[in-house]
Design a protein around this ligand. Sequence first.
Ligand code: SF4
Length: 382
Amino acid sequence: MSGLYLHIPFCKQACSYCDFYFVTRHKRKDEFVEQLINEIESHRNSRFTQEPVQTIYFGGGTPSLLSPAQVGRILETIADVFSLDLKEVTLEMNPDDVNAEYLRGLRSAGITRASMGVQSFDEELLKFMHRAHNSTEARSCMEALAETGFDSYTVDLIYGNPGQTSEMLQKDLDILSSYDPPHVSAYTLTIEPKTRLGKQLELGRLLPAEDEVVAAQFSQVEEALLRTGINRYEVSNFAKPGAEAVHNSAYWSHENYLGLGPGAHSFWWEEDGTSARRWSNKPDLSDYLNNKTEFKKYDEDLLDLRTLAEERIMLGLRTVAGIDFKTLLEKYSWKPNEKTETYLHNLQKNGKARVEDGGIRLTGEGLKISDAIILDLITLNE
Ligand code: SF4
């Protein structure tokens, strides 16, 4: 089983925190769709088409800048080139692009899951994030989802913003809960160096939220969503039972996936299972469009089992299910040494982890400091 990721690199404007690859000029959008179709075609009869595709994910950028007809053509080409055993076809969308008619069009084109980039319902926070939508549009896209019966969807929320109080966050959570979403992705704001916020931070014009405030909001999000029957299943992801994202879960368990479009990443195991390759397409729209014959791999890495084991530990420990030592041993030849075992034992004693059923999973307290625990685990087992 494998997944496909399609990167749609167009955005209306640059959000202040964003360091993804995108362009704000849309002149070449139609040309891009043709080239994406060419890229899909270029994989016909390749080794990437040998496994049935389980998930398709339109990410970006802003995939909702595509029309339903364009999405439909892309999906038809995929169905023609790859063998499919689809469980989920997701498209990321922004509230200002969406109305009931558009959503109906996407459903007819084959999209089964919407990923709505709401981020907040607060007018001032949306302005701070430099989002293209306002608070009214954040609410109306939720109504459009309900109206069109899009029952599989997720909503993105960002918390830990400078100046965001627990009351402001609670208001966002209350509004969100009133729509009873099946899945929520809630991220702490991270300030990356090359973004608008990164520059403001560098110039001393921005004071990030304090760690204690962010930690309190981490728990506040979990508690509020739990009251509506949505459980945390990964550090940033929450779902009602059975509504967990299939595509993202496949990333965490190192399933093969192929990325298409400028800047898209791919991951594929070598046939003997002793290493895997990760590469990306060049994050450059002009280069992508001008390339008429072949789609070259860019930034390719061959990952050995040790690196892969560390990644798997890192990704697995961010999930509530945790990691299982049998998989680590059988698939990655990794087993805990004495120092690691003592460390795990202490984590358990301190209520940060549970070591049981041949695996380890972090408790709510452990998940709060998962990055530090993961780093310790990896360095101790060197
Ligand atoms: S819409 Fe998404 S990809 Fe585009 S700038 Fe904003 S956060 Fe980044």
